[in-house]
Design a binder for this molecule. Structure first.
Ligand SMILES: Cc1cc2nc3c(=O)[nH]c(=O)nc-3n(C[C@H](O)[C@H](O)[C@H](O)COP(=O)(O)OP(=O)(O)OC[C@H]3O[C@@H](n4cnc5c(N)ncnc54)[C@H](O)[C@@H]3O)c2cc1C
Length: 455
């Protein structure tokens, strides 16, 4: 898409999903946009690995499509719509481990009453939830405090603790409710609780006749990496990979960026707008002037715990569990190394050879960061016995792929508002500079895409 001659010129640093989606959105609206990425490959955390008939994800396994806007955006990327694959209906089924056994998470009121996942007392405690008073609006609760207060300790340990491990690889005692789960916080503050809030939402939707967008879990035929690959192809020459940014200088309201390409060529250009989508921990390393570097320094302190993603293939006959769902999450109180295991070959077709299955185990995070850094062989030796106990896996894997993320996912911890205030202050102080990415507006791909569409 050609930009008009007088269109504002934007430079985007970082070609993860936040940077690529913003660039494509700006180009679609006729703006001139240059993307600079330090890695040889665009995509950031979104990476797929194919070996023969096995397709493993190193980062995100899927996207939750929940709005027409995101769907329209994805369909606008040349060649992407034909590649979308939808999760099998089984993906709605999730398991949580209790006493060493995976139990299906209830999906309706009847199964919630009969499930062995929670005790009778814990279920009765949920009935008290609508009568629990909201937290004072001037305080900040941790996710764990909020859930214990509203739903009791058992629901915390056997529902929310494993969920937070699965989403953030995080510690619910340290995560801030309003920042990590703003929707739950809003239900508490605006409707006086989760059950009241859920009922109010249903009534509001009915009264306003708001058509509810169908929630779909999707991926792509060649894996999640197709998303950044197709965006990169659409951006064509405006995306520069494997570059080293040499200097970034502000002159009045404009920004001069100088970078060196892999061939050694140095380019310097003037931009009206600079959008930085590099992770927070990389910000202090960008070649800004020393004062701005100092301001960015506090954002560099945002925690990103390490995570190891271990994809293992097995003969179907070597897995006793039906693995008929999205995956299984492991509560901290179960005392295991594995945070959770996804069942990619049950969710999407063509992820493993016929007669084989693919399992993806996540290890480390805030819970046990030291476990994320162990070498592949030790990791396999750690994970295999747990897979045997939890899912009845026997024999040796037919496929192994290990991805270690030294800094995986930003943690929206208690006190996070000071980081958001700093971001706002920097953007106001430095005209034309914008900070974006998963540490600003939410960690899911859906959050990143929504923020990009808003830019
Ligand atoms: C293991 C794992 C599993 C996940 N699973 C899911 C999931 O199932 N569903 C979901 O919705 N989300 C998931 N997420 C979260 C989601 O993938 C990320 O939040 C999202 O991809 C972040 O995108 P981003 O563009 O903001 O940041 P990144 O992907 O971190 O991209 C930032 C980019 O900036 C580049 N960069 C850094 N420094 C410089 C520099 N100096 N110059 C130029 N470029 C630079 C980096 O190389 C990178 O390409 C997962 C994340 C991880 C790590």
């Amino acid at each position: 898409m050609n930009a008009s001659k007088n269109a504002p010129k934007t430079c985007i640093i970082g070609a993860g999903i936040s940077g690529l989606a913003r660039a494509w959105q700006l180009q679609r609206s006729g703006q001139d946009c240059t993307v600079l990425e330090q890695s040889a490959l665009a995509g950031g955390a979104v990476r797929s690995h194919r070996e023969g008939d096995t397709l493993a994800e190193e980062g995100p396994n899927s996207i939750l499509l929940n709005s027409h806007e995101i769907e329209a955006f994805l369909n606008s990327v040349p060649g992407l719509q034909e590649s979308i694959v939808e999760a099998c209906p089984a993906a709605n089924k999730r398991f949580i481990v209790r006493n060493g056994k995976p139990h299906a998470v209830p999906m309706g009121p009847l199964s919630a009453i009969t499930t062995p996942l929670w005790s009778f007392v814990a279920k009765l405690r949920v009935l008290k939830e609508p009568f629990v008073r909201p937290a004072p609006s001037d305080g900040e609760e941790s996710v764990a405090e909020f859930v214990r207060r509203r739903l009791g300790d058992e629901l915390y340990r056997y529902a929310i603790n494993p969920l937070v491990g699965g989403i953030y690889a995080g510690d619910p005692e340290k995560l801030s409710l309003p920042h990590a789960f703003p929707n739950l916080h809003a239900l508490d503050q605006n409707h006086g609780g989760l059950i009241r809030g859920a009922i109010a939402k249903v009534w509001a939707a009915r009264a306003n006749k708001i058509p509810k967008p169908r929630k779909r879990i999707i991926s792509f035929k060649d894996g999640m990496a197709e998303l950044p690959e197709k965006l990169a192809a659409a951006l064509s020459d405006d995306l520069h990979t494997a570059v080293s940014i040499d200097s970034i200088r502000q002159s009045d309201t404009q920004w001069t960026v100088s970078w060196t390409s892999p061939c050694g060529m140095v380019t310097e250009r003037l931009f009206d707008q600079l959008i930085v989508t590099a992770p927070a921990h990389r910000l202090p390393h960008l070649p800004f002037d020393s004062i701005l570097k100092q301001h960015l320094g506090s954002l560099g302190a945002i925690d990103y715990p390490p995570v190891s993603v271990l994809s293992l293939g097995f003969k179907r006959t070597n897995v006793a569990h039906p693995i008929d769902g999205f995956g299984v999450l492991v509560p901290e109180c179960e005392g295991r190394k594995v945070l959770g295991v996804l069942f990619p070959s049950s969710v999407f077709s063509k992820r493993a050879p016929q007669d084989e299955v693919l399992l993806t185990a996540f290890v480390g995070g805030e819970r046990q960061p030291e476990c994320a850094t162990i070498d592949t062989q030790t990791l396999i030796a750690t994970v295999l016995p747990e897979l045997e106990q939890l899912l009845g896996v026997t024999g040796q894997p037919t496929f192994v792929h290990h991805k270690h993320w030294d800094k995986a996912i930003p943690q929206y911890k208690l006190g996070y508002s000071k980081h958001l205030a700093k971001i706002k202050w920097i953007e106001q102080r430095y005209s034309g500079l914008h900070l974006a990415g998963n540490y600003c507006t939410g960690i899911s791909l859906t959050n990143c895409l929504e923020a990009a569409l808003d830019c």
